[in-house]
Design a protein around this ligand. Structure first.
Ligand code: CTP
Length: 401
């Protein structure tokens, strides 16, 4: 998670029962090597203590007591200046109102007023308070001023009612933080399309032909592109994964659906990480094939080669300026990958030995060799799929420069 590494996040915690989720958020950020300074409001302190945050961040947490200390006059300015992002999670209706009106009556709101970094809020309140015209007006004011808003979600509320007002989960806030920190990255203003997952080719209404792809490498690529500021569309076959915050998600099933979805897109780069089917049943039975009818003969035909179809469609005006593919091989890795690089008209291909236990399908790590159309090669050591994704995205940014 290198976008978070070494960054400075100022985390404001206000008076909501969701304040306990902020401890988890602070812990996740700290684990990603982010420096987290926490400011609790008086009401926030009623739900969680400064010690909770000190314990997870290893840094002292600030409270209103610090507002009246000796260094108070510089503290709020310094806290705001050092931060790459001010995150207020949970953010109550009261704090939203104060921010909207420039009220600075506690250490957090004084700091927010003095801060020059972007501000991200994760609202948390009861449904009625969120829907109230005053809160909605404040929300609009804040958004017009460029404040980023994450959530709230619908669901069970502390009042026992359900409605919109729940703070979103820490993992999702983390996704918003990544997108906010990456906004001015190398791929700012660039559109990147990523495909992911193993396609499913229907035999009948309940059975499919698919493969072992988990979608992890593709989802990591989408996240890495967002971390670099790209506008990302993720065309995904069914997976068990949660798409990264900020990606436009286009769900598909078959290789044909994936091709159709891609033909609706143009962009700066296409990363074809999906394990699309090469073969599909010639016919899909309308009704479930019954056991009593004996073992069926399933005749296969070729599924469309998506990359070939897209590169031949490119014509004079290329649909994607940079095209990247993957080569899943169990033997003759580099030779096969090099042939695919040429036949599919790619700028580079990531060759992947799927027979290795620590690389390829359904594991967290990958060992890739990147082969470029100019004949150069780069062998990446064994690394996490997230790191591999970052390296691929760096090459895309370099080729687009
Ligand atoms: N690919 C594609 N359309 C398909 C199958 C694969 O566009 N129907 C893409 C993959 O997303 C990958 C690249 O082509 O980026 C290479 O995929 P791979 O499965 O390694 O090779 P194939 O082209 O399918 O060839 P083979 O199965 O013979 O190795």
């Amino acid at each position: 998670m290198s976008i978070l590494k070494g960054k400075h996040v100022l985390l404001g915690v206000t008076g909501s029962i969701a304040a306990f989720k902020a401890a988890d958020l602070a812990s996740k950020l700290t684990q990603a090597a982010t420096n987290v300074d926490v400011i609790l409001t008086g009401a926030g302190e009623k739900f969680v203590t400064p010690l909770t945050f000190q314990s997870v961040t290893g840094r002292r947490a600030f409270t209103d007591k610090d507002l009246w200390g000796n260094e108070a006059h510089v503290m709020h300015v310094n806290l705001g200046k050092m931060a790459d992002l001010l995150v207020i999670a949970p953010c109550t209706a009261d704090t939203m109102a104060k921010l909207a009106h420039g009220i600075a009556d506690n250490l957090l709101t004084v700091t927010a007023l003095a801060a020059t970094c972007p501000i991200l809020i994760a609202p948390a309140m009861d449904g009625g308070m969120y829907d109230h015209p005053a809160t909605q007006e404040n929300l609009k004011t804040l958004q017009t001023r460029g404040v980023l808003v994450a959530g709230p979600a619908a669901g069970h509320l502390a009042s026992g009612l359900s409605g919109v007002g729940r703070m979103i989960e820490p993992m999702e806030v983390l996704g918003h933080i990544r997108a906010a920190l990456g906004r001015n990255g190398k791929l700012k203003g660039r559109k990147v399309i990523v495909t992911a997952g193993g396609t499913q080719e229907s035999i009948d209404p309940v059975r499919v032909i698919t493969n072992h792809s988990s979608g992890r490498q593709g989802y990591a690529l989408a996240q890495a592109a967002i971390d670099s500021g790209a506008d990302v569309t993720l065309i995904t076959a069914p997976t068990a994964l949660t798409p990264p915050v900020g990606a436009k998600v286009v769900p598909v099933k078959s290789a044909q659906d994936m091709l159709d979805a891609l033909l609706n897109e143009t962009g700066d780069a296409l990363v074809m990480a999906a394990a699309a089917a090469d073969f599909r049943p010639k016919e899909t039975a309308k009704d479930k094939i019954k056991k009593r009818d004996g073992i069926p003969q399933i005749h296969l035909e070729a599924a469309p080669d998506i990359l070939k179809a897209v590169s031949s469609q490119s014509g004079v005006q290329k649909r994607f300026s940079v095209m990247v593919g993957f080569a899943a091989e169990s033997r003759d890795l580099l030779q096969n990958a090099s042939e695919k690089l040429k036949s599919k008209g790619l700028d580079f291909i990531a060759a992947n030995d799927v027979s290795a236990k620590d690389a390829g399908f359904a594991v967290e790590t990958n060992r890739l060799t990147l082969l470029f159309s100019d004949g150069t090669q780069e062998s990446l050591p064994l690394m996490s799929k997230s790191e591999a994704a970052e390296r691929i995205i760096e090459h895309i940014a370099r080729l687009l420069e």
